[in-house]
Design a protein around this ligand. Structure first.
Ligand SMILES: Cc1ncc(C[n+]2csc(CCO)c2C)c(N)n1
Length: 220
């Protein structure tokens, strides 16, 4: 079994819990409240910018030109997706630019983005990449399941459709291939750190959706 398959299998129960979260179930059923969806979109825009920055740092750490191009492109894509949220879903759902800029990161978004950025700046390339992998992979798999079970007339159908693209899955395969290549030549200690980083990020993916459902905010 490849290293990435091993990561997936070891974290499979967490993935099942993520798909079953009320946010994802209600998104698929089309019953998610508009307030929860808007909360999510705003936090996701914050997330995408930080994720793009973490990818850019990862590109700078890559062990060759191919990795530099792979992750620099992904960084650009994350920023372009963030921009398209403003012209697309934010304007469709009536989220004004001022509302977005006035909304701080929630604890869950802050934790996830801080973890990714701290990892990108401080950890070696393979560990950084393992932390970035759940974002690609869990999203693509959750997207596939939600897309397959989406209700007719779902008000979030255009959002659900953005999850389902094959290019998402192609990107996942490409990141897994890089992770596997790095894991194959890494010391046991590095592989263990990769595993820990992956699980941590997978838990933060769960927390991100859970927080959006609960309209997560700072307690004080
Ligand atoms: C919380 C959260 N996790 C994952 C994604 C998905 N995602 C974000 S950037 C990227 C790759 C480069 O565009 C992917 C697949 C998201 N939007 N929000």
């Amino acid at each position: 079994m490849s290293f990435s398959q091993h990561l997936w299998q070891a974290n499979a129960p967490l993935y099942q819990d993520t798909v079953q979260l009320p946010f994802n179930q209600e998104l698929a059923a089309g019953t998610l409240s508009r307030e929860r969806f808007c909360h999510y979109v705003i936090q996701d825009a914050h997330y995408l910018l930080a994720y793009g920055r973490a990818l850019a740092v990862t590109a700078a750490k890559a062990d060759g030109a191919e990795g530099m191009v792979q992750f620099a492109r992904a960084a650009q894509e994350a920023v372009l997706v963030e921009r398209s949220l403003h012209d697309g879903f934010m304007s469709e759902f009536g989220i004004a630019p001022a509302q977005f800029t006035a909304t701080p990161l929630t604890p869950a978004c802050h934790h996830y983005t801080s973890f990714l950025l701290a990892t990108a700046w401080a950890e070696p390339y393979p560990v950084t990449l393992a932390a970035l992998l759940p974002c690609f992979w869990i999203y693509a798999e959750v997207g596939r399941e939600i897309h397959a079970s989406s209700a007719a007339g779902n008000p979030y159908q255009s959002w659900v459709d953005t999850y389902a693209g094959e290019e998402f899955h192609a990107a996942v395969r490409a990141v897994c291939a890089t992770v596997d290549r790095l894991a194959a030549k890494a010391a046991d200690e590095t592989r263990a750190a990769m595993h820990t980083a992956y699980t941590h990020a997978a838990r933060l993916e769960w927390m991100f959706w859970d927080s959006a459902y609960r309209l997560g905010d700072w307690p004080v």
